[in-house]
Every structure is written in structure tokens, then in C-alpha cells.
Design a protein. Sequence first.
Length: 253
Amino acid sequence: MAFYDLSKADRITLVAKINGYLEKAVTGGRYKNCLRYFNDPDTYIRKTAYLAVGRLYIAKPELQAAVLKTLEQLLPHNSFYVRQTVVNAAGEIGKNDFEVVQSFFDNGLFDAHHAVRNAVIGSVKKMGEVNPEPVLQWAKQYLHHEDKEIRREICHGIELRGRKHPLDILPMLKELEFDKTARVRNTLVHVLGQIAYKKGCLAIVLAHLKTWKNPEVVAGALEEIIDVHDRYKDFAVLTQDEARTMVAAYFER
């Protein structure tokens, strides 16, 4: 039975069971036992597993070495479910202690399966939001990687930090304005739009775009910014007309 087919009471019981089971597996050095939940086809079971491991690392410092060893042993597994769950668990740890899990992201970025690479993006988002300095420093080294997908994934991964602290990532995004790959530039435009509709961000984004030199990327970003204020009108701080007026004030459109 899938996780959300269970009643709320049964879900609580199952979460407690998974927490206890994984702690016992880590403590006893039986990393293969973790596969029971790390390799479950249910997304929410795997999520419960990686959250459990992340909490275990934070709550019990005496088990930190064992947690990391467990994840290291599971990372090469042939199941992408397992590798995805390992990366997500590392992301939970990296919110507080990025340096000890950096290698998981160095590996995950180049994983053959998109689900694992997506787990890297998601983890960079959540880590960058609360532990930005080491995460963004790590991300910078891949901004100009020869693989276009790596550049695109890094661009996407730093997005969440920009929604509250746009100036932390706008200089990094600017480095991609002349990227030769349309897919990377499209992601760049998307990320700029996702930042711009958040509270207090539009003016900062527009002022920064004034310093950019690629007119096609800037034009695409402005179109996206105006459009996103309609697509996300229930969440945007400004109306689309207000956003359009502000864009015109900066760019005399």
C-alpha cells in the first residue's frame, strides 16, 4: 500500500518504524538493510528514509561517521532510486554541514540517470537557501563546465537562494548570459523570472539586468518577468500591469 493510501495514524506509525529501522541499520553497520526503504518505488517512502537519515546525523553526533559511511556504501548502487535517496539524504546533511557531503554532489551531477541529477538540483536549492556560502562557492566551479547539462543544472540549482537574496546569485547568473547553448540560456531566463516575482526582488533584478550585455537574453528575461507575474498571479507580490510598468521604467519599453 502506498504511503498516502494509509491513514494519518498509520503514516505516523510507519514513519516511526522507518526511523527506528534505519537508525538500527546505521548503528549496526548493516548498510544493505537500508535498501528496504532507500529502494522503495514509493517516492514518499524514500523521502521518509532520507529525512530520517538527515535527522539522525544532526540529532546524534556520535553516529555521524556511521551515517556518512552508510551513504558512501550505498552511492554506487545500480538502482537509481537508491542513488537518488542517497543524494537527497546528503542534501539534508548539507543544510548544516556541506563540506562533509560535497563529494556526493560532485558524483551526482554526472550520474547517468536524470532522477539523481534532479536530486542534486533539489538539494542545492534547499542547501543554498539556508547554508549559502559553501554551497554557492561549490556551484561556481561548475558554472562554465564543458558539459552544457552541468551548467544548466547549476543555474537551476541556485535559484531558490535568489528568491530571498537575489544579489547572492545574480552575479553568478550573469556569467551565463553569453552561454552558447540555448537550453542553458532558457534556464537562465526561467530562473530570472522565478526570482523576480518574489517580494522585494523585481527592482533588484531589473537594476542588475541593466548591467548585462546580451540584448537577446535581457529581452527574453523581461518578457519572462512580465509573463510570470500573470502565470503566478496568486503568489506574485505585484500585478502583471505593475510589473510591466516597472520594467518600462527601467528599460523604457
